[in-house]
Write a protein that binds this ligand. Structure first.
Ligand SMILES: *[C@@H]1O[C@H](CO)[C@@H](O)[C@H](O)[C@H]1NC(C)=O
Ligand SMILES: *[C@@H]1O[C@H](CO)[C@@H](O)[C@H](O)[C@H]1NC(C)=O
Length: 277
């Protein structure tokens, strides 16, 4: 509810933040105290994503540092809320989740399995067109597929539609743009991260400790931590299962990145005992 019109206006015109700042007043937009580029420098980004531009990676040269930083300016609260540790942990968690979604790593890969994030732009063998035809609000466009694309592997018509609406592109008619334009690609990942889709909280609110569990959440063991973010992203397939390999891959990325950011991971890394939403 709170996330509707005014936030979208800011997103669509995020290139003109200062303009909107002066016209909408201080309440519309608080600039972050320090931009996230101070917490994640180009050097740190490069040491996190050691292999994303390898010839072996289909996304070679697509996911640039500059696009990531530019996209983050449309979401001024990302990595900007709470203590320095909270801010670093949120960024590390985001980068870990997008790394698992786009990983090119394997157990014996050079530099280990967790040095291969951002290797893929789009899903290689989609099992379907990801069209939920019962969804009348975001109807699929003939001939288009809503397979995983971009850093978060945005999927389904009911995500492409609202993401496009919030970010200023036609997600239903032109879903391909998510894997053709790296700025839009990063924006879709941040949109997913920042946006609450009830009954799920936003990944952002979980990582900054701004999540208040409902009765149903308490019964389902949905306690705050990185595991809950995994539940938000793909809980239906990955949560409530002990020793899930995907969950462990997400955790492996998070632990490596937390070390590089020099921050602890916090509790509840897995979702083995959580029910999905
Ligand atoms: C995206 O790029 C591919 C080739 O990489 C091209 O075939 C396709 O037409 C492009 N789509 C859009 C929407 O630009
Ligand atoms: C909640 O977690 C406990 C273990 O900590 C487990 O025994 C229980 O089955 C879990 N409940 C649900 C709903 O998954």
């Amino acid at each position: 509810m709170a996330f509707s019109l005014s936030s979208c206006v800011v997103f669509i015109f995020c290139f003109n933040l200062m303009f909107y700042h002066s016209h909408l007043g201080a309440e519309a937009y608080f600039p972050p105290i320090t931009p996230i580029s101070y917490l994640i420098t180009k050097n740190l980004f490069d040491s996190i994503f050691l292999h994303k531009d390898d010839t072996a990676c289909p996304a070679k040269n697509f996911y640039t540092y500059e696009s990531f930083i530019q996209a983050s300016k449309c979401f001024p609260r990302f990595g900007s809320v709470g203590s320095l540790s909270t801010r670093k942990r949120e960024i590390a968690a985001f980068l870990a989740q997008i790394s698992h979604e786009t990983t090119g790593g394997w157990a014996t890969a050079p530099d280990g399995p967790y040095a291969w994030g951002l290797c893929f732009k789009e899903e290689v063998n989609p099992q379907s067109e990801y069209c939920d035809s019962t969804n009348k609000e975001w109807p699929c466009y003939p001939g288009k597929t809503y397979k995983g694309r971009g850093p978060i592997q945005l999927s389904w018509n009911y995500n492409y539609g609202p993401a496009g609406k919030a970010l200023g592109f036609d997600g239903l008619r032109n879903p391909d743009i998510v894997s053709n334009n790296s700025l839009i690609a990063f924006k879709t990942a941040l949109w997913f991260w920042m946006t609450e889709q009830k009954p799920k909280p936003s990944c952002h609110n979980v990582m900054i400790g701004n999540y208040v569990p409902s009765e149903a959440d308490i019964e389902a063991n949905r306690t705050v931590g990185f595991g809950l973010v995994t539940n938000i992203i793909n809980g239906g397939l990955e949560c409530g299962i002990p020793h899930g390999s995907s969950v462990n891959d997400r955790i492996g990325y998070f632990q490596r990145y937390a070390t590089l950011f020099n921050v602890d991971t916090g509790p509840n890394l897995d979702c083995a005992y959580q029910k999905s939403f």
